[in-house]
Design a protein around this ligand. Sequence first.
Ligand SMILES: [Zn+2]
Length: 286
Amino acid sequence: MYSNFYINKFFKNIFIIFIIFIIAEKSFAKDPLILKFDNIIVNLQGNFIQGGLVKGNVFPDKVIKFEDKILLKDANGKFVFGFGRNYKEDSYLEVKISEKKWLKKSFKIKKQTYNTQYINGLQKKMVTPPKSFYDRIKKENKSIELIRNLNTDVNFIFQEFILPTKGIVSGVFGSQRILNGKPRRPHYGIDIAAPKGTPVIAPIDSIVRMAEKDLYFTGGTIILDHGHGVTSVYSHLSLININVGDKVIKGQKIAEVGSTGRSTGPHLDWRVNWFNQRLDPALLIN
Ligand SMILES: [Zn+2]
């Protein structure tokens, strides 16, 4: 009896330590969420916050919809979706349960707080482009938009991301930007300041969709396609080591850090998108 009491107490303490450990771990982990649509179970895991990406799975033969878009699934029923910078507080998923019937389940999206970033000393033409550049900028934006709308059935997005370069984070996702005193579009990427020539690597496997030496705003620019609507953008590059159509693997050098385009010093601007939703790259790194 006596020894049993102590053994029980011992296990009870271990159990408590274990629970504390799980709770402590959880604040770093991505939140799980299980949604039930009648007898159809959808498992979700990710950051339910503005800028967050969620990965999920469902029986492969089920049809699932988010923001009126039917989600592409891999052979195991895995899919992804994400929430942009100003994403609303209430969101929902829909699952098709019969020919004409869809069921809807809602969930909450947390707000992020964004700071204001003042950048001065930019060349005037980079804050307000001269009219003579409008056609060029329009053309460049059009090709970026086409790539962001790709819904490729490669499954690289289910890998875990690593940072694409080493340096100091000098700009975060979502900041409101005041350029030379003029309010401009928010910053959708993270900036990593590093010396010119620092290698830039692929954060997960990808297919190269854009490799341009000189875009008006972003200078040397690469866009990688990770599948299922997720693309990532690398800007201000001084050197590009890959070509459109290449398959690159996680960790492979794709470029070098630079200061081309609208930039005040050498840094990598790294952006991630799920179609037209801008994601926070920092949330993808553990
Ligand atoms: Zn930037």
